[in-house]
Design a protein around this ligand. Structure first.
Ligand SMILES: Cc1ncc(COP(=O)(O)O)c(C=O)c1O
Length: 374
């Protein structure tokens, strides 16, 4: 049986043709028409005025925080239930990450815990808000708090391109926002990201810093330390082609979630990640939790059983406050994230996953939990 991956790249003939067209144009550089086109198209999709394409989402967050003035000794608030890349750039700048637990409604930043964190750190330089697994955080409450404390939001929409929150696109919120086009994301440029804002000056600054901080004169003149963070024009061609397929990809991933849920929800204690509004997420990954009072099949038992038949599944993100590299960092709460990590996993969710492959996953999950019913 061919291996079933969690979220592999989905590359079409059109994508091949798009990359070939860029190569034929000879714009093989971190500038060019495909980049301009891709930036404008992603900004339009996210209802943002300005965007700059970069070589990763991590680079986008690094520039976002730097542009907001984050520096040594500053505090930046970040959810604990996320990938390490949501916090690493805080440390690149010598600032202190302060972690905040998630709520159970969407698995995102808990506004009550955020209030505690902001009260304790009223001079925080920024709040990073993540939309986990393609479902948006409770932005109304989070935005109200950040307004009250006058702290800017950086929206980590790495996993959420195409999702929305009460009609507002993911990536349209916060002072700055970013997407990732890493190989496992809903669209990919193999590696890539984009930083967005409605403030032209912020994006101009990011464009400048991300292109080696070169001054606009004939010779090479530098007044700031820059980075080599721009996306290649070749990869922008791939990104544009993938972006044109985004709605089909969301529909495919949603169909996986719905099929998994209708076959498995409630069975021997299986519960799916709660979805606040079914039309809002991009369904990047389907996630579930196991409840030991119904089945002795643990998260690791299930992942092992899937692996034994060449199906890739992964635990929910390990909370950052439990990561050795962040040991001792201040954390508000953390029990909810720990519980979701201990009992939660992600199922294969790629937009190229076939109905037959999905059924193989369903059958295996069903037999694994049923075989250990308590
Ligand atoms: C929540 C989150 N933030 C940030 C990133 C970083 O993006 P990249 O891999 O493009 O650097 C990722 C994904 O990789 C992510 O899932």
């Amino acid at each position: 049986m061919p291996r079933i991956y969690l979220s592999p790249p989905d590359i079409s003939e059109r994508d091949h043709a798009a990359v070939a067209a860029v190569l034929n144009s000879n714009w093989v550089a971190p500038v060019g028409p495909a980049l301009d086109h891709f930036e404008a198209a992603v900004a339009a999709r996210a209802k943002r005025a300005h965007a700059v394409a970069l070589n990763s989402g991590t680079a986008a967050l690094h520039l976002a925080l730097q542009i907001l003035g984050v520096g040594p000794g500053d505090t930046v608030i970040c959810p604990t239930l996320t990938f390490a890349a949501s916090a690493n750039p805080i440390c690149y700048l010598g600032a202190e990450p302060v972690f905040v637990d998630c709520e159970r409604r969407t698995w995102n930043l808990d506004p009550d815990r955020l209030r505690e964190a902001l009260k304790a750190h009223p001079n925080a330089k920024a709040v990073v808000v993540v939309h986990l697994y393609g479902q948006c955080a409770e932005m109304d409450a989070i935005e109200a708090l950040c307004r009250e404390f006058a702290v800017p939001i950086v929206e980590d929409a790495a996993e959420a391109l195409g999702a929305s929150y009460q009609g507002r696109p993911a990536g349209s919120m916060g002072t700055l926002s970013f997407f990732s086009f890493n190989g496992n994301k809903i669209i990919t440029t193999s590696g890539g990201g984009m930083l967005l804002s409605d403030d032209v000056d912020l994006i101009a600054r990011a464009r400048y810093l991300g292109a080696q901080a070169r001054e606009p004169v004939r010779h090479y003149e530098h007044k700031a330390i820059g980075y080599n963070y721009r996306l290649s024009n070749v990869l922008a061609g791939l990104g544009q082609s993938q972006l044109e397929d985004l709605d089909r990809r969301i529909a495919a991933r949603r169909a996986h979630f719905e099929a998994y849920q209708s076959a498995l929800d409630g069975l021997a204690g299986i519960r799916f990640m709660p979805i606040a509004d079914p039309d809002a997420p991009n369904y990047w990954l389907t996630c579930l939790t196991l409840h030991p009072e119904f089945s002795a099949c643990s998260r690791d038992d299930l992942i092992d059983a899937l692996e034994a038949v060449a199906i890739e599944a992964r635990p929910i993100w390990k909370p950052l406050h439990l990561q050795p590299v962040f040991a001792g960092r201040r954390t508000f709460g953390g029990e909810v994230a720990e519980d979701l990590f201990n009992r939660g996993l992600c199922l294969p969710s790629g937009s190229s996953l076939t109905a037959d492959e999905r059924q193989r996953v369903i059958d295996l999950v069903e037999s694994s939990v049923q075989s250990k019913v308590v």
